[in-house]
Ligand binder design. Structure first.
Ligand code: XMP
Length: 507
């Protein structure tokens, strides 16, 4: 991408920073996140946003930047939370550090409904997460909004330099998008974000980068890898798409994935490793051990199939990149090292052999890109499916018989959700196995069979989840069908546990 006239978001380590980029794109403009170490990559920005961060400006190791450099671009600047306090200090104001963090909703009361607060209500809920507050302000500073207790929560210097104490990027800030839009309106010639243009540009860049080398990519049938493979196909490069069947897939899934790709004109190579996986998992009940076996075996099987790749393409998305970057630079409190950034892949990366065309996009943008590539709705809106597949829905040791029971229950459950228009309203749904035999009656005989647990949740990011209030009549229909048709099940349970404390998967 040509980075001129984009909105440069500078990362001070807030957990919400990547959301700022997303909101700017939703508002129609190109934006990119920059780590403090990469500020020299910022060239001719159209506007600059300084993010929030976990530190107090008074901390000895508080992140900082060169104010002369910042203002040298002569473009609008918005400081969010930590960013605002930093701007306040740079302008000669002072900040009151506090050892207690204010966290949660607050009322925003703009001093006037104009400028940054044009079309914003006189009282509007915003989300706070900060420890510093404004103490003194410089002479050239105006207070443009306060909270419900009269404390300044928004400042302005000159025409186009603003500070806001709250986080406009989170949905709990009800009019956050309006405030961001007002800020962007103060910038000139901002680069527009259009997914169709983005696609054409990516196709050009892929062609240029790859030339006549061979590109290998893994496909799982999931959204990211499918969009990646179709994009490479669109770029008409020499691509091998490898699909590993680990024997832990849902009913008919391998056939469906093959059929989907065939319809899209993309050839895929299937490696049927199901027996290897099931043998390796036989008699292993510990969840983490199961995950480890599956993860390691996948790597072996996949790299065997890849051979000597000239270029490896990965469907890494923007949040994955940021998550790994934050890990590496240890600024944001981080979660994990992303699996696209480990071992052999890092080695290939250091040789310039890794291609990640989706690395600037968020999930919903990948879906939009997929749609512009002609990928069907059902593929783009497939529920997430865990890498270890049905193994994490089969507590205890995995066997083909148990997996087949899960497959049958799951196919009925998902089929009914689709038939009744519920599938697209649900974030993730599945049937799992409860490997406890309970008594029942089938025909005239007692039965001792397993139970199945149905789980249907809504979530934004899988960190929290709520169960879906499916109608009783639908639950009854699903339960009847499972009890009538699935051998080995005599009990159907609906999981009404929120996350936390429960997780989405059972293992
Ligand atoms: P939990 O069960 O942690 O799941 O609430 C959150 C989301 O992550 C998926 N999940 C996994 N995905 N490897 C994956 O690729 C895993 O080991 C794994 N465990 C859970 C889960 O399906 C849900 O979408």
């Amino acid at each position: 991408m040509d980075d001129r006239h984009i909105v440069a978001v500078i990362d001070f380590g807030s957990q919400y920073t990547q959301l700022i980029v997303r909101r700017v794109r939703e508002l129609g403009y190109s934006a990119k996140l920059y780590a403090l170490e990469d500020l020299d990559h910022i060239v001719e920005p159209g506007a600059i946003i300084l993010s929030g961060g976990p530190k107090s400006t008074s901390d000895a190791d508080a992140p900082d930047l060169d104010y002369t450099w910042l203002t040298s671009f002569n473009v609008p600047i918005l400081g969010v939370c930590y960013g605002m306090q930093l701007l306040n200090i740079k302008h000669g104001g002072t900040v009151k550090p506090s050892n207690k963090r204010e966290y949660g909703p607050a009322d925003l009361c703009p001093c006037a409904c104009e400028g940054l607060y044009k079309d914003v209500s006189p009282t509007s809920q915003v989300w706070m997460s900060h420890s510093d507050t404004v103490d003194h302000i410089s002479e050239d500073c105006r207070i443009i909004a306060r909270n419900q207790s009269g404390i300044p929560v928004s400042l302005q210097w000159g025409e186009t330099c603003f500070g806001i104490q709250f986080h406009p990027e989170v949905t709990h800030s009800h009019e956050g998008n309006t405030i961001l839009r007002n800020f962007l309106a103060t910038a000139k010639n901002l680069q527009k974000f259009d997914i169709g243009d983005f696609k054409n540009q990516m196709v050009r860049e892929i062609k240029e980068r790859v030339g006549d080398k061979q590109v290998v990519c893994g496909v799982s049938g999931g959204v990211d890898s499918t969009v990646l493979a179709v994009l490479l196909h669109e770029a008409q490069v020499n691509v091998r798409a490898i699909f590993v069947d680990n024997g832990l897939l849902r009913k008919n899934e391998a056939d469906e994935v093959r059929a989907n790709f065939k319809r899209m004109g993309v050839e895929i190579e299937t490696v049927d490793a199901s027996e290897r996986f099931l043998n390796a998992l036989a008699g292993v009940p510990e969840p983490e051990k199961k995950r480890k076996i599956i993860g390691e075996l996948f790597i072996d099987v996949f790299w065997d199939a890849v051979g000597d790749a000239e270029i490896l393409a990965q469907g890494t998305l923007y949040p994955d990149v940021i998550e790994s970057a934050s890990n590496a630079k240890s600024k944001a409190s981080t979660i994990k090292t992303h699996h696209n950034r480990v071992g052999r892949i890092l080695e290939l990366q250091s040789q310039g052999k890794v291609l990640e065309p989706l690395a600037e996009l968020f999930k919903d943008e990948v879906r939009a890109l997929g749609a512009s590539l002609g990928i069907e709705h059902d593929i783009l809106w497939r529920h997430p499916f865990p890498g270890p597949g049905l193994a994490v829905r089969c507590p205890g040791a995995v066997s083909k018989d148990r997996l087949d029971i899960i497959r049958d229950c799951d196919a009925i459950f998902i089929g009914k959700l689709k038939e009744h228009g519920w599938y697209d309203k649900i974030w993730q749904a599945y049937a799992g196995l409860i490997p406890v035999k309970t008594v029942g009656v089938k025909g005239d005989e007692r039965s001792y069979e397993f139970a199945t647990n149905l789980r249907a949740i809504v979530s934004e990011d899988a960190m929290t989840a709520d169960w879906v209030e499916l109608p009783y009549s639908l639950l009854r229909e699903i339960s009847n069908k499972i009890l009538n048709e699935v051998k080995g099940i005599n009990r159907v349970l609906y999981d009404i546990s929120t996350k936390p404390p429960a997780s989405i998967e059972w293992e």
